[in-house]
Design a protein. Structure first.
Length: 452
């Protein structure tokens, strides 16, 4: 999306424009692509047994939409069964939030092989890495990216038949054990950097340039191409109808950027008649987008983004010694690399940005768990943000809303256990805490407890 209009070949390993420094977009000449006339074209592709390239692609929740991601041949597509997620009705949760029945849905990406939405993007990025015959792949991570990268690398060979090597940069003490365990278990070389995610991101980009590493963070535009398919599956789950709102946690803003791009493209192709509104939810301890968008009034402005306002906000954060800090480690990011693309998405969808406290995030997470779907803390931001927007009247009680749940509940079990088992001496018990009840080893005592 460089405002300078520069273009680059698919074969170039480049993520930012050499002329202006803006992150690159994947743009298609749709007139040369086999675009379906209706989205219902994809109804015939479902999970079916088969080892042929077409059967494997049809069974992928990413590659079943390959006509909308036309950058690789069928034989080159990398898949490990990602994207087999379906939209979940959430009537009981809707009632708890005061919404009408049949109006709230959860897009639960925790059903992906590595337990998070990242697998959608990795399927696309690994496809390009394989086409380029790149052997060493790397990322900076707060957890989910490293888990997904390591899983894909363990199952993917280069075109020349050699195993891929996964290299992961994580910040010291800034990763949930459930996620770190995956990167270690899948064989990634894990480098624990003295610094936060933003420091890791800077270092991995420098390393990629100098050490011939293929970068798999969302600065890689193909990561976002894969993440677009979450939107396609949301629409599929609604019978190809557009919801009123899509609510998503905001961290590095890759999903926000990908969702907007998917919706803009579908609208331009005439495959949807209108765009839903996006609501992006920051944690108060990692609220850069909220401050820039809500407080500073920063907008995409048709591509003429006020970069001076961004620099001023970052300088203020540095002067205050402020670093991202939230229980929701997946969105604990102070300098989101996809900020400008996210602003584009917000402009196109008339979107809004809100911030919610860690307490509200954990309450939202607990509500999701209480009504049937365990999720990582960052996912709780979607429900917490929905509650705020309902209270403000921005989202109506009868609006059709999709909350995106980004990762599985077992990604950060410590956060769950600590919420439900508050430390002794804690002044207030969390709103939806469900602590274990001590009881003697005696049937009568158990009966008294259960029947009393």
């Amino acid at each position: 999306m460089p405002s300078c209009g520069a273009t680059y070949a698919l074969e170039e390993v480049l993520f930012a424009c050499r002329a202006c420094g803006a992150l690159l977009d994947v743009r298609y000449d749709w007139s040369r692509c086999a675009v379906p006339e209706k989205l219902s074209f994809f109804d015939g592709r479902r999970i079916t047994p088969g080892r042929s390239p077409q059967a494997r692609a049809d069974a992928s929740g990413v590659w079943r939409f390959r006509e909308l991601l036309p950058f690789a041949d069928l034989e080159d597509l990398v898949t490990i069964g990602e994207g087999r997620t379906i939209l979940q009705p959430a009537d009981v949760l809707a009632d708890q939030l005061g919404m009408a029945a049949g109006r709230l849905f959860l897009q639960y990406e925790g059903f992906n092989p590595s337990g998070s939405f990242k697998d959608n993007g990795m399927a696309a990025a690994f496809t390009v890495a394989r086409c380029l015959d790149r052997r060493r792949v790397a990322c900076a991570s707060t957890g989910n990216t490293s888990a997904s990268l390591a899983m894909f690398a363990a199952q993917t060979l280069t075109r020349s038949g050699t195993p891929m090597e996964a290299i992961v940069f994580v910040g010291g003490g800034k990763i949930a054990f459930g996620k770190l365990s995956q990167a270690l278990d899948y064989g990634a070389r894990t480098l624990q950097i003295a610094g936060d995610f933003d420091a890791c991101m800077r270092l991995v980009q420098e390393s990629a340039d100098q050490l011939n590493l293929y970068l798999m963070n969302s600065v890689n535009p193909f990561r976002l191409e894969g993440q677009k398919t979450i939107i396609y599956r949301v629409l599929d789950g609604l019978g190809w109808e557009v919801p009123d709102w899509i609510v998503v946690p905001g961290g590095n803003l890759g999903n926000t950027s990908a969702f907007g791009k998917a919706l803009i493209e579908l609208h331009e192709l005439g495959l949807i008649e209108r765009l839903p509104r996006l609501a992006v939810i920051n944690a108060t301890g990692a609220n850069t987008l909220y401050e820039l968008f809500q407080l500073d009034g920063l907008r995409f402005n048709e591509g003429k983004v006020d970069s001076a306002a961004i620099r001023k906000r970052y300088a203020c954060m540095d002067a205050e010694g402020r670093r991202a800090s939230t229980i929701a480690s997946a969105i604990e990011i102070g300098r989101p690399v996809n900020l400008v693309k996210a602003l584009r998405s917000l402009e196109a969808t008339d979107g809004v940005v809100r911030q919610v406290s860690d307490e509200a995030i954990l309450d939202g997470k607990a509500l999701v768990g209480r009504y049937g779907y365990g999720c990582e803390p960052a996912s709780g931001a979607s429900v917490a943000g929905l509650r705020v927007l309902l209270e403000e009247g921005v989202i109506g009680r009868s609006d059709r809303v999709v909350c995106v749940l980004t990762g599985h509940g077992l990604k950060d079990p410590a956060a769950t256990v600590n919420y439900h088992s508050p430390a002794s001496g804690q002044m207030t018990r969390p709103r939806y805490a469900n602590p274990p009840v001590p009881v003697p080893n005696d049937l009568q005592e158990v009966a008294k407890l259960l029947n009393g």
